[in-house]
Design a protein around this ligand. Structure first.
Ligand SMILES: [Zn+2]
Length: 191
C-alpha cells in the first residue's frame, strides 16, 4: 500500500527499529513517523495496535525515541549513559500498562490495557530498550558505519562484526558508492 510517506525500516529488534523511524540523523534526516497515524501504523506492525494517537502522543513517542537513541549510542561506544535519557526511558517504562501473554502456539505477544493507548505501547518499547542496553540479551549495541547514519543497532551476528544498521539501505549504499568511485576513475565511463 502506498501512503506517500517514507517507508518503514523494519528490523527484528523492537527498540532499535523504533529509533530507526528517524534515519540519516547525520545527513538529510528522514522522519518515518511524520504523522500520528504513521505511528499507529508502525506500532501495529510490531503487534502493539493502539486505538488512536494524538499530536501530543506523537511528541511523547519522539521524546522516548531520541532518549533511546542517546542511551543506546552511549552504550555502543561505552560512554556513561546520559542521565536525562535514562530518566525518560524509565518514566515511559513505568507509565504504560502492558502484559506479556503466551499464545497457544507458544509465541509471546503483548496485551495492552483496555484503553490500548500509545503510552502502553511506548512502555513496551522502553522496556525493550532497557533489556538491550542492560546487556540482558544475546547481542551487542553498535553504531552504523555510514557517516550520515550512525544509527545504534543491535548486532546479533555470531562474530559481532556487523557494520550497518541495515544491509538493504546503508550497507547497499556503501557498496554502490564504492562502485561509483571506481567508475569515476575509469575515463571510459565518464558522462
Ligand atoms: Zn545505517
Amino acid at each position: 500500500m502506498r501512503t506517500g510517506f517514507p517507508d518503514f525500516r523494519l528490523g527484528s529488534v523492537l527498540a532499535t527499529s523504533f529509533t530507526g523511524t528517524l534515519s540519516e540523523r547525520h545527513g538529510d534526516a528522514v522522519e518515518r513517523i511524520p504523522t500520528p497515524q504513521r505511528l499507529v501504523d508502525w506500532l501495529a506492525v510490531y503487534g502493539l495496535a493502539v486505538d488512536s494517537c494524538t499530536a501530543d502522543q506523537l511528541d511523547l513517542a519522539r521524546e522516548l525515541r531520541e532518549s533511546i537513541h542517546a542511551a543506546a549510542t552511549a552504550a555502543a561506544i561505552q560512554d556513561p549513559l546520559p542521565a536525562s535519557a535514562v530518566q525518560v526511558i524509565n518514566d515511559f517504562s513505568a507509565r504504560g500498562r502492558a502484559a506479556a501473554v503466551l499464545t497457544p502456539e507458544g509465541d509471546r505477544q503483548w496485551r495492552l490495557s483496555s484503553a490500548a493507548c500509545v503510552e502502553d505501547a511506548l512502555s513496551v518499547i522502553a522496556a525493550d530498550a532497557i533489556s538491550i542496553i542492560a546487556g540482558e540479551r544475546d547481542g551487542q549495541l553498535a553504531l552504523c558505519a555510514s557517516p550520515t547514519c550512525r544509527a545504534a543497532f543491535f548486532d546479533t551476528s555470531q562474530s559481532r562484526t556487523r557494520k550497518w544498521c541495515d544491509m538493504n539501505t546503508c550497507g547497499n549504499r556503501q557498496k554502490k558508492a564504492r562502485f561509483n568511485a571506481k567508475q569515476r576513475k575509469d575515463p571510459r565511463s565518464a558522462k
